[in-house]
Write a protein that binds this ligand. Structure first.
Ligand SMILES: [Fe+2]
Length: 346
């Protein structure tokens, strides 16, 4: 049974119905007394085959019920047993085979990224259209930007504006791929309800924030002068910041990072969960460095050119997606929501 989105309560109710049905069909099955997770598994009260099919959906007991490796693991960092790829401690961590432990990583934070093909022409048009938009609406919107530093945040209806449809279409294609990769129910499709442009001149940045009500969010880089400000993603588990171990830099795993930085590159799209805390570093682009702008000359302080002009602007586009059940009539769709097929009409 597929989980309903956005409601943990509903998930549990579904589990309950599923569990009762399963209990009826498993009345003569094992009780699961041998299961090492019997103290936490809700299915154990009504019968359990310790099989993937018998595990409640959306909770993850299937992985825990999978066969675990014996005490003696194959040498090396990992082994493949059954369908699972099981990581183990390194030899250095536990030289004696019988002392090695399996290692699981649950609750990961997925981040997707790609570089769009033919981005140069697209970005040249986007730069012109976004700057024209800013001229028509210089006040923009106040969100994570800092207007006092000149940071401009457009209105959030970019996905409804026909001049940006080429980019919107590209984003839709990529987010559809994310939904497939995440294993979401095919009865639902990505729906975009907001998209906007950010222009940060030298010194501007975006404060730490999340995107409420968004399942997936992301950023596309249109214009990226050198040193224009890294994207910073922060470990979303507040408890993980309570105490920080001392690490050996040579052996520290990326799994333990508290912050991750992505270099903005024109033409690059990065997608991440909407709940992930993120920010941008200040734009420290300076005259004399590369401007990264398609077809634009770099600022050159040595020749007396402007120190904080358009050549130093960092321009990006951000977006939000949720799930929406397929088949919603356009007349019934909430205002401002767009699905992929709506773009074909533009
Ligand atoms: Fe954001």
């Amino acid at each position: 049974m597929a989980n309903k989105p956005g409601s943990h309560k509903r998930d549990l109710r579904d589990d309950g119905r599923d569990r009762r049905r399963r209990a009826a069909s498993l009345s003569r099955s094992r009780t699961g007394d041998q299961c090492p997770f019997r103290s936490v598994c809700p299915a154990i009260r009504t019968g359990c085959r310790r099989a993937r099919a018998g595990c409640p959906p959306g909770i993850g007991y299937a992985a825990l019920h999978a066969p675990r490796p014996p005490a003696a693991f194959p040498a090396g960092r990992g082994a493949t047993l059954d369908e699972d790829s099981i990581e183990t401690m390194t030899d250095a961590a536990a030289p004696a085979r019988e002392k090695r432990m399996a290692r699981d990583y649950f609750f990961p934070t997925p981040v997707y990224y790609t570089d769009l093909a033919q981005a140069q022409d697209l970005n040249a048009r986007l730069v012109a259209d976004i700057r024209a938009w800013r001229e028509r609406d210089p006040g923009g919107t106040f969100r994570s930007n800092v207007p006092q530093l000149g940071g401009w945040h457009s209105a959030t209806d970019m996905h409804l504006r026909v001049e940006f449809t080429d980019l919107t279409r590209e984003i839709f294609e990529l987010i559809h791929g994310v939904f497939r990769d995440q294993g979401y129910d095919d009865a639902y499709e990505p729906v975009c309800d907001s998209m906007w442009a950010n222009v940060n001149p030298r010194g501007a940045f975006n404060r730490h924030h999340t995107h409420p009500h968004a399942l997936w969010s992301g950023v596309y880089y249109v214009r990226t002068p050198d040193e224009c400000g890294l994207l910073c993603l922060t470990d979303p588990r507040p408890q993980a910041h309570v105490i920080t171990p001392y690490f050996d830099p040579g052996r520290r795993s990326a799994h333990t990072w508290a912050e991750v930085y992505y270099q903005p590159v024109a033409g690059r799209l990065i997608a991440f969960p909407g709940w992930l805390v993120h920010s941008t570093h200040p734009n420290l682009a300076s005259a004399g460095r590369g401007t990264g702008g398609a077809g634009e000359a770099g600022a050159k302080s040595a020749t007396g050119e402007e120190e904080n002009g358009p050549a130093l602007e960092r321009i990006s586009v951000s977006f939000n997606f949720r799930q929406r059940r397929k088949g919603v009539a356009p007349t019934d769709a909430p205002a401002g929501e767009v699905v992929r097929k709506d773009l074909s009409a533009k």
